[in-house]
Design a protein around this ligand. Structure first.
Ligand code: KIV
Length: 264
């Protein structure tokens, strides 16, 4: 059964927690579909994970769409969310609507935009045009220059209150879910309790309706130091290094290819 926005909202009503993971390519999308991960995010984190940028700001729509099309081919039944990259919804509402629409043409079912306040009217406009929107509050990586780095948000009462009100405004504008990133667990739990749409936490504790992590992080494929909130579920990065060393050693020794891997 294809995962839909409606079925995600039903999960919240039933109190059923769910997982979201990033996917940037066809093979990963197939693995996540096989694992029955309901929501896949083609996150702008692909700029760092796949393209080696130091942050997400250089990522372009063209790069996002290239990866989005590959993911759509690999996971036809999951709910697919395309992350609007920096500068793709800044110039004007027209620019934002055109870019969001091209995500849907690339096979995504929804887009994600970072921030509260300023983006709330835009969220309403996207929804009016049939483009479902996921919000993203707290430690929003596209704002790291303003936030003074990748810092936990909402420890001060004023910032916490703004996150709470932004979340309610996003819901009122029609967003179908909101990512809560890098904030104290009790704040995320309180936002979650105040909304009828699901919250999806990352570094926001267990009180959210769903959780999201970067696929490469949970498999130890990311070789950079990982933040506290990431759990590595299988150290595949180390295994990949060992396996490729073993392959190179067999090639050097002349033991690969052997008879079993050679046409007679
Ligand atoms: O770009 C991304 O991967 C994200 C999340 C991890 C929420 O925005």
């Amino acid at each position: 059964m294809p995962v839909t926005i409606r079925s995600l909202l039903e999960r919240k009503r039933r109190g059923e927690r769910f997982a979201m993971l990033t996917a940037y390519d066809y093979t990963t999308a197939r693995i996540l579909a096989e694992a029955e991960i309901p929501v896949l995010l083609v996150g702008d984190s692909l700029g760092m994970v796949m393209l080696g940028y130091r942050n997400t700001l250089p990522v372009t729509m063209e790069e996002m769409l290239h990866h989005a099309r590959a993911v759509a081919r690999g996971a036809p039944d999951q709910l697919l969310v395309g992350d609007m990259p920096f500068n793709s919804y800044h110039a004007s509402d027209e620019q934002a609507i055109a870019n969001a629409a091209s995500f849907l043409q690339a096979g995504m079912h929804a887009v994600k935009v970072e921030g509260g306040g300023r983006v709330v009217p835009l969220v309403a406009k996207l929804i009016e045009r049939g483009i479902p929107v996921m919000g993203h509050l707290g430690l929003t990586p596209q704002f790291f220059n303003l936030l003074g780095g990748f810092r936990v948000q909402g420890r001060e009462a004023e910032v916490a209150a703004r996150i709470e009100s932004d979340a309610r405004e996003l819901e009122a504008a029609g967003a179908f879910a909101v990512v809560l990133e890098g904030m104290p667990g009790p704040l995320a739990a309180s936002v979650t309790a105040s909304l009828t749409i699901p919250t999806i936490g990352i570094g926001a504790g267990p009180g959210c309706d769903g959780q999201v992590l970067v696929f490469h992080d949970i498999l130890g494929l990311n070789r950079d130091p990982l933040p506290k909130f990431v759990k590595v579920f299988a150290p595949l990065g180390d295994e990949a290094v060992a396996a490729t060393r073993a392959y190179a050693a067999e090639v050097a020794a002349g033991t690969f290819p052997d008879d079993a891997h050679t046409y007679s």
